[in-house]
Design a protein around this ligand. Structure first.
Ligand code: CMP
Length: 142
């Protein structure tokens, strides 16, 4: 079914100037950008977004990294969008990511891993609502 997922192009990928190359992979694989904004996250925004990881040992480093420079937050729409985006991203740890995936090609470490993508439809809905209001979503398939 046509569904939506939430994507972040993280500060390392923005700094490497590969926003377009990453979005191009989404587009070439049937995902459409229906909302997009570049932003500098505050500490509070990053902590809120990753609240489920609050007790993890990497939480502070994660927040520090995600606030280290601008990100691009996007909503992607398409057939099986959540899983498709996860396939395109590759494993969380780029050292384990399959050849040809975004993380294999653009990321250097599990901390600086180029992209975030929702892990399920429910988290996608939550994450989309965290960053976008309904009127910022530009439906293209209706
Ligand atoms: P992301 O999908 O954005 O969700 C949480 C992030 O924490 C994850 O990608 C990684 O970049 C980062 N992270 C750092 N260490 C770990 C770890 N051991 N396990 C999972 N995520 C980690």
């Amino acid at each position: 079914a046509i569904e939506r997922t939430f994507s972040i192009i993280k500060p390392d990928a923005v700094a490497k100037n590969v926003i377009g190359e990453i979005v191009s992979r989404f587009e070439k694989n049937g995902l459409r950008v229906v909302a997009s904004k570049m932003m500098q996250l505050s500490k509070e925004q990053a902590e809120g977004f990753y609240a489920e990881h609050k007790e993890r040992p990497f939480f502070n480093d994660l927040v520090k990294f995600m606030t280290s420079g601008p990100i691009v937050a996007q909503v992607l729409e398409g057939e099986n969008a959540v899983m498709k985006n996860r396939d395109l991203m590759g494993a969380t740890n780029p050292k384990e990511a399959a050849a040809g995936t975004i993380r294999a090609d653009f990321a250097v470490s599990i901390d600086e891993n180029a992209v975030h993508g929702s892990d399920a439809a429910e988290s996608a809905a939550k994450e989309i609502a965290y960053f976008f209001s309904a009127d910022e979503l530009c439906d293209r398939i209706r």
